[in-house]
Ligand binder design. Structure first.
Ligand code: ACO
Length: 191
């Protein structure tokens, strides 16, 4: 995803971890103009992800990130676009209270780390970037994918988890009288 400004000036690392402060590099801390560009990037990514998932409204935006205690891992390709860089995609995670059902149908309250939003630019999907970003996050959080929850996983995410982490079975989630699928178990494994 290209932008009319230098992505490398905004994000110093291949993967930047953004939170409420919206800081992508030390330089951006003292530059309101760079902060505004970072907000533009996040808003654009949120809109693209919502469109890809056919959601009516984005679940990721700069203003949401500033008010919620989530973390957004943003991946860039610093070489492309004549050395100005492009944004490859993002992964947003956060702790969320969930009511899960065990095998007997009893409710269990849990607050696992959840994958809340995940998007790789359409033109570079299925090139391994999603896996690289997901593995970066797992390493940063020192977590196994089986210990995470996946909020309303799309068919592409379900396929991704099955392929890369053998996550195929799911634990139902009760929320607002809705059942959602939360893959937490490997085949024949325990939660
Ligand atoms: N159709 C089906 N499966 C797909 C597709 C697709 N178009 N694209 C990726 N996958 C799955 C497949 O398992 C694929 O393996 P295969 O090519 O052998 O079939 C595997 O992902 C490829 O792995 P990566 O290349 O590492 O994944 P990628 O870089 O494409 O990132 C992602 C995966 C983030 C799901 C990406 O496809 C995407 O942005 N999809 C659109 C948005 C989306 O659905 N995001 C998940 C939202 S749900 C949530 O965040 C809780």
């Amino acid at each position: 995803m290209e932008f009319p400004f230098d992505i490398n000036q905004l994000f110093s690392e291949k993967v930047s971890i953004l939170d409420q402060s919206l800081l992508g590099s030390r330089k951006s801390a003292s530059r309101p103009d760079l902060q505004a560009h970072i907000a533009t990037v996040i808003d654009e990514l949120g809109r693209a992800s919502a469109k890809a998932q056919q959601l009516t409204a984005p679940i990721t935006s700069a203003s949401k990130l500033q008010t919620q205690r989530h973390q957004l891992y943003l991946m860039k390709d610093g070489e492309s676009n004549g050395g100005r860089g492009v944004v490859v995609g993002f992964l947003k995670v956060g702790y969320k209270k969930l009511f899960l059902l065990d095998r007997q149908g009893a409710h269990i309250e849990a607050e696992p780390l959840c994958v809340l939003d995940f998007f790789i630019s359409e033109n570079v999907q299925r090139h391994g970037y999603g896996l690289e970003l997901f593995d970066f996050m797992l390493q940063h959080k020192s977590l196994e994918p089986t210990l995470m929850a996946y909020d309303r996983p799309s068919p592409k995410l379900l396929s991704f988890l099955a392929k890369h982490h053998c996550l195929t079975q799911s634990v139902p989630q009760v929320q607002s009288a809705q059942l959602r699928k939360v893959p937490l178990r490997k085949p024949d494994g325990d939660i």
